[in-house]
Design a protein around this ligand. Structure first.
Ligand code: FE2
Length: 432
């Protein structure tokens, strides 16, 4: 065993432990009733997420990488996300909270034993710890989903976190990103998922992009100007959805005198004007952008603004460089339970002067979710490929609820354009 393998193994074990600590916090901060209950038809019961996380870990690390006997083959079907839509999951004979906790602990013991014996190279699945990294990201992604479930839960608040930092620098206006090629995606990031691969050159015409995310105050001005009642600002599909769903404001907003309040993890307060708006769907984001005389950025524009280093022509891992995200770079990892105002993370700025591309809120782009040129499904088709097509829009950059292990300049999220239970916001762009 080389020192590098030992070091990688320690890193994997630490990341698995960090993910499990977060899962434990999210599942032990509520009572059994709240674990079993479905808080929204869009979400699974928390106890389903918990055992599903363990089941994926069993399938990939214990059985596939480790070649071990199944722990609970009998429950594979229950926790296969493709077999049961979320709305049906509460009716399934799921493991109870105690049983689910024992199951994930048993699987984790075995996965750590597999890790201690794996050389972490030799096959694409384990090379540089990929399968372990995939499972770390999977658990952290479900933790973000569970955090969204917490946001939909009613009742007394159970989660606490300090407020995000205050603005340290003023951030206004737009950055001009000149025309020219840049390298999009990655072929070298060891834990990048199939949809981020391969690296390929994209030529992007010159464009302007907002240096800051759209704020609550700006969004409230759109509402006050009758934005929700004027079909001019909405696409045909967006207007139809606005009408049928009765949209009048972002999710979790309520009238407060002549202003607005929002409810966040069980606490209702007046909206903070300079905080990024969150819980808007793609159609709302696109309508706001049209009202503002702008548009949403394409996915390639977003990534170019986030990764291209004009000094070298190279695409970096993050807006600030190649270093992994630290607390001063971005609002990630559920350290705070809300997005931060523009200027709160001056250390995270891109070379173009664009702020908070990573963290705070997932940013809607105008791009449908597709594979890059040369895409190859790995390690299974259901990871990404079955979602490719015009039904899904790409979101970028991660939110305050995204862990750093599941977020980088190349990371792609996708969802239906009507969804807003996720921590979604946006920034605007326009042609140069
Ligand atoms: Fe999953």
């Amino acid at each position: 065993m080389t020192i590098e393998t030992d070091r990688l193994r320690d890193l994997v074990a630490a990341e698995l432990g960090r993910a499990r600590d977060r899962t434990t916090l999210l599942t032990e901060s509520v009572d059994e009733g709240d674990l079993i209950r479905q808080h929204s038809p869009l979400m699974s019961p928390l106890v389903w997420d918990l055992a599903h996380v363990g089941n994926q870990e069993e399938l990939w690390l214990v059985r596939d990488v480790g070649g071990r006997e199944p722990v609970r083959r009998d429950i594979d079907e229950l926790y296969d996300a493709f077999k049961h839509p979320r709305r049906d999951r509460p009716q399934l004979p799921l493991l109870g909270p105690g049983e689910a906790r024992r199951y994930v602990a048993t699987v984790r013991d075995k996965a750590l034993d597999v890790l201690s014996r794996s050389r972490l190279d030799g096959t694409p699945l384990v090379d540089q710890g990929f399968a372990f990294g995939m499972i770390v990201q999977h658990e952290q992604q479900h933790d973000e989903t569970m955090l969204a479930t917490h946001q939909l839960r009613t009742g007394a608040p159970v989660l606490e976190a300090p407020p995000p930092p205050a603005p340290a620098v003023p951030v206004t206006g737009e950055a001009l990103i000149p025309a020219g090629p840049f390298t999009m995606g990655t072929s070298t990031e060891p834990w990048a998922l199939d949809n981020e691969r391969p690296a390929h050159q994209v030529i992007v015409p010159a464009f302007h992009i907002d240096r800051a995310l759209v704020t609550n105050g700006q969004y409230a001005a759109f509402i006050d100007d009758g934005g929700y009642d004027d079909p001019r600002w909405w696409s045909e599909a967006g207007w139809a959805h606005r009408q049928s769903a009765g949209l009048v404001a972002p999710q979790h907003w309520s009238r407060d005198g002549d202003g607005w309040a929002s409810t966040s993890f069980g606490r209702t307060q007046r909206i903070v004007a300079d905080e990024p708006v969150v819980h808007v769907c793609f159609h709302e984001a696109a309508a706001y952008a049209a009202w503002a005389g702008k548009r949403l950025p394409t996915e390639a524009e977003w990534e170019k603004a986030a990764r291209l280093d004009p000094a070298t022509g190279r695409s970096r891992r993050f807006p600030w460089g190649d270093d992994p995200p630290a607390a001063e770079h971005a609002n990630l990892g559920q350290r705070h339970l809300r997005p931060a105002p523009a200027g709160a993370y001056p250390m995270g700025v891109s070379p173009w002067g664009v702020h908070q591309l990573i963290g705070d809120v997932w940013e809607w782009t105008s791009t449908d979710f597709h594979g890059y040129p040369g895409f190859a499904p790995f390690p299974y088709r259901e990871y990404s490929e079955v979602f490719f097509g015009p039904e899904y829009k790409v979101l970028r950059g991660g939110s305050f609820g995204t862990d750093r292990s599941a977020c980088r300049g190349t990371f792609r999220n996708w969802d239906y354009p009507i969804r807003r239970q996720i921590f979604s916001g946006f920034r605007c762009a326009r042609d140069a």
